[in-house]
Every structure is written in structure tokens, then in C-alpha cells.
Design a protein around this ligand. Structure first.
Ligand code: PEP
Ligand code: MN
Length: 331
């Protein structure tokens, strides 16, 4: 309450708090009075509108709003099964593959190479969210077919992006995991549609999304009854122009502390350049990430999207060898 609040003003706030389903506990200090509203903020209405009263100084929520995923209430990290591959357990999981699915041959070369180097899950976008409408939008249905055939041939689970609600059903018929990209991580209708398939969801952090907003987006998924959610930090937009984005490793640590979902790092979209990917991958392991998402193309200079950041298969093999001692150390 403001200093000027009278007993009648306090009583009015107590009454309001009670009406909204909370129990008011009023603390009268020497100068100020604080009305504590005891109750579950997630289940009851927000009390923020009290701030419109001239005698109320400030309304301070104490709960975080993501109670279904909060580490406080679920201390154990959630294990997510992606087509038989476990994410979030004791191991470290690497997802690799091209930015976009471009041809059957491209996917087969990449699948055999990344699998041999130790990747557990294959990625590749059939539907691409591109910044320009004139850029390659992905092979779409044809891309899905290529993913299906590649999965059958190599027996490796597939993650691919969903961009539109209307495509979720056909994509989930083939994918083992649905990726929600940075541009869609606040598209709540898409999040709910993806969650309702029951498939695991890889939720990228939006490029201007705070950690709290990112976790609340994950809460949207889990609230639909789908706990199979993996977070993925992929860099945020800052003033720095030497890299495509700024990899926020603090967010990885914070997300791990705050919630019980596994957290991945995507150094490819974070850096946007090949020479930083291995050092950033080591850093990701060191801060406690559960896995990596890395773009790999058989011939990066010919890639139809994100050519400057995709590793070739040899570079990817180097990455896997380079992170191995860090993984052993982190155990
Ligand atoms: C991608 O993974 O190819 C992609 C588009 O990523 P992001 O949504 O992080 O930009
Ligand atoms: Mn990409």
C-alpha cells in the first residue's frame, strides 16, 4: 500500500483479495502496510488490476507461472523418448542434419555420415520458415517423403519443423519429434496443436524471448498433457554483428535450474559461422546441456539455406571427437 493509505483503503484491498479466492494477511510496518495474498496464482485470477487503485503502490507476484515444469515441484529431469532415443538421462544426445531437406541423396549421405560419427537423431527441415518470402521454403510434402524413406533406410529417429498448424498432422505422421522454431515459439495455437499430437517437441527459444517467456511457452505444451518437451537455446538477437545471434549460455543454466525439462544448445544458428561451432559445443557440454542440435550438410557451399553455418561431415566428426572428453568430464 502507499504511505497515504487509510485503514479503509487497506480493508478494501483485503476484500478484493478475498473475493478473488486468496486469503489476505496484512502486515503493518512502521511506515507501510503490505497485504500478502495467500493462494495459488496459477489457479486464481491475477491481482495485477489492484495496481489501478490510487492507494496501491505495487502488486508483486511471487509464483513463476510455470508450475507444471518447475524444478521446485519436479526435481528430477524429465526423460524424453524420441523414437527409442532417450533425452535427459545420463547421456548426451546429438541431433544432426542439414538445415533443409534438399534431395534423397543429400539426406542419405548425411544420415550415414552423422550416424557413423555418433549422432542419435537426424534433423532436416521440409517446411522452412524463411526470413524472405523469395527464399527457398523447403521441399514440403516431397521433403517429408524423403525424410520417411531416410528414416526407414537408416533406422534413425527424425526431428523436423512444424511451421503451420494445418501441417502438424501430416508431419507428425512421419516425424519422431516436432521442432517449433525460434520464429514460432510464441505462437501458442501452434504450440497447442503440436502438443496435442503427443509427439516429443523440441522448443527453440525465440530470438527475443526472455527465459521466463520461453519457459511459459514450454508450460503451454505441458499443460496440454504432453511432458515430452526439450528446450533448445539457439542464440538471441543482440547488437553484436560478428555472429548471427548471441549464444546465451546463462539461459541454458537458468533453464536447467528453473525447470525439469532437458535443455539443448544449437550452436549453428547461434554462431551462424562454422569456425565457432566446436568451441561453443564444448561450452554447451560444460554448462550442463543435455544435448546439441548441429547443422550438417554433405556440401555446405551448395546448401539452399544457411550455407555459412553448416558443417561438412568431416567437420561434424571432428566435433564429436572434440566434445567427447567434455562429456566424460561432465559425468
Ligand atoms: C532451423 O533449425 O533450421 C531453424 C530455422 O532454426 P531457428 O528456428 O532456431 O532459427
Ligand atoms: Mn537452419
Amino acid at each position: 500500500m502507499k504511505n497515504s493509505a487509510s485503514d479503509a483503503d487497506v480493508a478494501r484491498v483485503e476484500e478484493y483479495v478475498r473475493r478473488e479466492g486468496y486469503e489476505p494477511h496484512t502486515i503493518r510496518g512502521e511506515v507501510r502496510t503490505v497485504v500478502a495474498a495467500v493462494g495459488d496464482e496459477v489457479e486464481h485470477a491475477s491481482l495485477e488490476s489492484l495496481e489501478s487503485l490510487p492507494t496501491v503502490e505495487k502488486v508483486m507476484p511471487v509464483q513463476k507461472g510455470y508450475k507444471l515444469i518447475a524444478r521446485d515441484t519436479h526435481p528430477e529431469t524429465v526423460n524424453v523418448d524420441v523414437g527409442g532415443v532417450e533425452i535427459g538421462g545420463a547421456g548426451f544426445t546429438v541431433i544432426a542434419g542439414p538445415c533443409a531437406v534438399e534431395s534423397q541423396e543429400q539426406m542419405e549421405v548425411v544420415a550415414s555420415k552423422v550416424k557413423a560419427s555418433g549422432a542419435a537423431i537426424l534433423r532436416g527441415g521440409a517446411f522452412k520458415p524463411r526470413t524472405s518470402p523469395y527464399d527457398f521454403q523447403g521441399l514440403q510434402e516431397e521433403g517429408l517423403n524423403i525424410l520417411r524413406k531416410t528414416k526407414e533406410k537408416f533406422g534413425i529417429p527424425i526431428v523436423t519443423e512444424v511451421v503451420r498448424e494445418g501441417d502438424v498432422e501430416k508431419i507428425s505422421a512421419i516425424a519422431d519429434m516436432l521442432q517449433i522454431g525460434a520464429r514460432n515459439s510464441s505462437n501458442f495455437a501452434l504450440l497447442e496443436t503440436a502438443a496435442d499430437t503427443g509427439k516429443p517437441v523440441l522448443l527453440k527459444r525465440g530470438m527475443a524471448q526472455s527465459v521466463r517467456e520461453w519457459l511459459l511457452a514450454a508450460e503451454y505444451l505441458v499443460k496440454r498433457g504432453n511432458r515430452n518437451v526439450v528446450l533448445c537455446e539457439r542464440g538471441i538477437r543482440t547488437f553484436e554483428s560478428a555472429t548471427r545471434n548471441t549464444l546465451d549460455l546463462s539461459a541454458v543454466v537458468l533453464a536447467k535450474q528453473e525447470c525439469s525439462l532437458p535443455v539443448f544448445v544449437d550452436p549453428s544458428h547461434a554462431a551462424g559461422r562454422v569456425d565457432l561451432i566446436i568451441p561453443l559445443a564444448k561450452a554447451a557440454v560444460a554448462v550442463g546441456a543435455d544435448g546439441l542440435l548441429v547443422e550438417v550438410h554433405p556440401c555446405p557451399e551448395e546448401a539452399r539455406s544457411d550455407p555459412g553455418q553448416q558443417l561438412n561431415p568431416d567437420q561434424f566428426n571432428d566435433l564429436m571427437r572434440a566434445i567427447k572428453p567434455y562429456i566424460d568430464l561432465a559425468k
